[in-house]
Design a protein around this ligand. Structure first.
Ligand code: GLC
Length: 733
């Protein structure tokens, strides 16, 4: 009986949040379907790409006037979208075009890259950022963003790790929900919202060897436990659309994967929205070796449940013949069109097909509140990895400050990859802000390019060493170039690129205090800096306001409190490396040769998931577990008291981990099941409480059924995935 209770509870939790549908929507869709020709239906399933600068192509107008263009990507700008929309509304049935664009971490105002935003452990901030991005996006005539990217990634060689929320399903799910809420609000027909897109369905981040577009082989149970939850969270939050992934999953390309699309997503989860393929991923079914030609590719993808084809044209080219041959059914074709029309209705396109051209500039203009939000988000994204003897913040007594590194003076780099319509000239660099702050403080600032992500004739390590010898303090802004992560940017070697490590070693050799501010889209090899540089701040790619935010964090004007959303490996040899691993039958034991470990390196990461220091000392104590034993359907409260022992207001991220010690399948040694970013005044204490129930205590068994099993659960309240206050409770039989 109890299991039924749990199942009913979980089913209730799972019901997707539906946007407010126009009352007559289904009737209007039915009426349109009954009038549409096969060619018009196939046209609705076609998305074509515009120019990179946002211009539509001449062909788009021809197709639009015939009612044969369902959607575009990249076409943007209120005037441009209106012009193409007018052509579409001249067509026989006047079905509006759905304009899409990759607004991954900002449209014109660029927020930290998603991995950095996840490091804030602040979903409310992520929601704010997405809402501001939606406002600018909608003002530009775009009604659909291909975000959030919710792929879990355990392999930092994979360049797209920068676009997601890291390695953990719980954090990834919280960020997925927040971003969908931000983009869509409660009703994405509203004048400042857009349809969102959970991508890439599925397990794209499990790319073999970290190579983008590579094969993913993931056991189903691991899919349900690790890779699916952020997608499920997006569905429960009412995400309008999904995107099929490029990869093959267990031998079946996702874009032809009926189990993924019609089985799990549209069947089990009841997803009512549309699935768009990734860029030519329908046509790529031939390269995968599962389709003999374009017609076969179209048949496979349509039958699998991919509703719209992005850029390649196998649906419109072959759909009529496939229908005539009975290789796709009228019902499947109509269902795909119905889903596309539903999203267009829910986006308000039939009632409000146009953008307000007069309003665009005022909204997409980097005005006060979006810059402020970008600054706040950047500050929250920074992770203080190391701070020996409080080397940071820059001591107030510093009179001669040396700033080195190409990235300190690189506006475009601040935006990272997927920069939307962001403009480098909008970005304020670290150097610009250091100049302002040094002037205020009477500091003599010297800046040298010295070295950057690309070795160049501008490299001049000797000059940097000479300048360091005259300085009291050195800040090195080093890292990856913005295009060394993101799509098609996997790296087999995680070293600091160019001659940057050589520069760092030379600076350290001067004996002057050196702080490293790192900009990167992934963990890079920090073994030498971790052993030799007193302070290291991870800044990811912090966006339009990254310069002022990072300068304020380095000078101590603001308090860093970010945490790692992934495990930071010591070397590529450890990958895949993630904190919520299984124990194995022979857990690593330094005293036992015959245990699971390397001869030449520790198993542990250089910096663990959830790690991040603060300038202010915080204390956690007084762990309380509300019950020693609960029923499988019961809940338990776990809490601890957090105190700010420092001298200024600061944040700390309190994390709740648990371990199901004995279960029918091996369970991770720790799993994040709660977190809260807490702001405390100096001297203030606050109890932080987490509720644990079936949603947190359960897992998918070998039979893929979700359950809570009896036994002992260990819990930790901590500020990292290591250590913390430990307690336990039992789930009774
Ligand atoms: C790209 C990416 C996808 C993006 C799409 C449209 O190849 O895989 O994330 O949304 O094409 O730009």
């Amino acid at each position: 009986m109890r299991k039924i209770a749990i199942a009913l509870l979980l089913a209730a939790l799972a019901a997707p949040v539906l946007a407010a549908a126009p009352a007559d929507m289904d009737a209007r869709i039915g009426a349109l379907l009954s009038q549409m020709t096969v060619e018009e239906k196939l046209g609705q399933l076609q998305q074509l790409d515009g120019e990179a600068n946002g211009e539509a192509r001449a062909e788009h107008f021809d197709l639009a006037r015939k009612g044969l263009l369902g959607s575009t990507l990249n076409v943007r700008g209120a005037k441009r979208t209106n012009e193409l929309q007018r052509a579409a509304l001249q067509s026989r049935l006047a079905i509006p075009i759905l304009f899409a664009f990759d607004v991954i971490h900002g449209y014109r105002t660029i927020f930290p890259v998603p991995l950095g935003e996840a490091a804030s452990f602040d979903p409310a901030q992520a929601e704010t950022d997405a809402a501001l991005a939606a406002r600018e996006t909608r003002a530009s005539g775009v009604r659909w963003t291909f975000a959030p990217m919710v792929d879990i990634a355990r392999d930092p060689r994979w360049g797209r790790i920068v676009e997601g929320s890291g390695e953990d399903a719980y954090l990834g799910s919280a960020m997925a929900r927040a971003r969908v809420r931000g983009f869509q609000g409660a009703d994405y027909s509203a004048g400042d919202r857009v349809a969102a897109c959970a991508k890439h369905w599925a397990a794209y981040g499990a790319a073999e060897a970290g190579r983008d577009y590579s094969t993913a082989e993931v056991p189903e149970r691991t899919l349900y436990e690790t890779y699916f939850p952020p997608f499920r969270a997006a569905v429960e939050q009412g995400v309008a659309t999904f995107m099929s992934a490029f990869d093959s999953l267990n031998g079946v390309p996702c874009t032809a994967n009926t189990w993924l699309m019609r089985g799990v997503l549209k069947g089990d989860w009841g997803f009512p929205g549309l699935v768009v393929s990734d860029y030519t991923s329908v046509h790529e079914l031939m390269a995968h070796g599962v389709a003999a030609d374009g017609a076969d590719a179209a048949r496979l993808a349509l039958n699998a449940g991919v509703d719209m084809e992005m850029v390649s044209r196998d649906y419109v080219t072959n759909g009529a013949a496939l229908l005539a041959q009975g290789k796709i059914s009228q019902a499947e074709l109509d269902e795909a069109v119905r889903r596309v029309l539903r999203v267009k209705f829910l986006a308000g396109l039939f009632d409000k097909p146009y953008a307000e051209e007069a309003a665009e500039d005022a909204i997409v203009s980097m005005n006060g509140d979006s810059r402020q939000a970008a600054y706040d988000a950047a500050v929250k994204s920074f992770v203080l990895l190391k701070n020996e003897n409080n080397a940071l913040p820059i001591p107030p007594g510093v009179k001669n400050l040396l700033l080195v590194g190409a990235l300190a003076d690189d506006q475009a780099a601040l935006m990272g990859s997927w920069t939307g319509d962001g403009k480098a000239e909008d970005c304020i660099t670290v150097l610009q802000e250091f100049r302002a702050k040094s002037a205020e403080r009477g500091i003599r600032l010297t800046y040298l390019y010295a070295a950057g992500p690309e070795a160049s004739e501008k490299d001049d390590i000797l000059a940097a060493v000479k300048a360091a010898k005259r300085a009291d303090y050195v800040v090195a802004v080093l890292g990856e170039g913005p295009n060394m992560s993101g799509e098609a940017a996997s790296r087999s070697d995680l070293s600091l690129p160019g001659r940057q490590l050589e520069l760092l070693k030379a600076l350290a050799a001067t004996g002057k205090p050196v702080a490293l501010a790192l900009m990167s889209g992934r963990p890079v090899d920090l073994n030498w800096p971790a052993a030799n540089i007193p302070a290291i701040m991870q800044a990811w790619f912090p966006g339009t306001m990254g310069g002022p935010a990072l300068a304020d964090a380095l000078f101590g004007t603001v308090q860093p409190a970010g945490k790692l959303p992934l495990s930071w490996p010591r070397s590529v040899g450890q990958i895949p490396l993630y904190y919520n691993h299984l124990s194995t039958g022979r857990p690593a034991d330094p005293g036992n040769k015959y245990s699971s470990k390397y001869l030449d390196a520790p198993n542990t990461p250089l910096y663990p998931f959830g790690h991040g220091l603060t300038y202010m000392p915080f204390e956690l104590n007084d762990l309380r577990v509300s019950a020693s034993s609960i029923a499988p359907s019961g809940t338990v409260s776990v809490s601890a008291s957090l105190s700010n022992k420092g001298s200024v207001r600061a944040d700390e991220v309190v994390q709740l981990y648990l371990q199901d010690t004995v279960a029918s399948v091996a369970r991770p040694v720790r799993e994040l099941k709660g977190f809260e970013r807490v702001t405390l005044e100096p001297g203030q204490s606050r109890r932080v409480e987490f509720k644990l129930g079936p949603s947190e205590l359960g897992f998918y068994g070998a039979d893929l059924k979700y359950r809570v099993e009896p036994g002992e659960f260990r819990v930790w309240v901590s500020t990292s995935s290591e250590g913390g206050l430990q307690g336990s409770f039992n789930v009774a039989h």
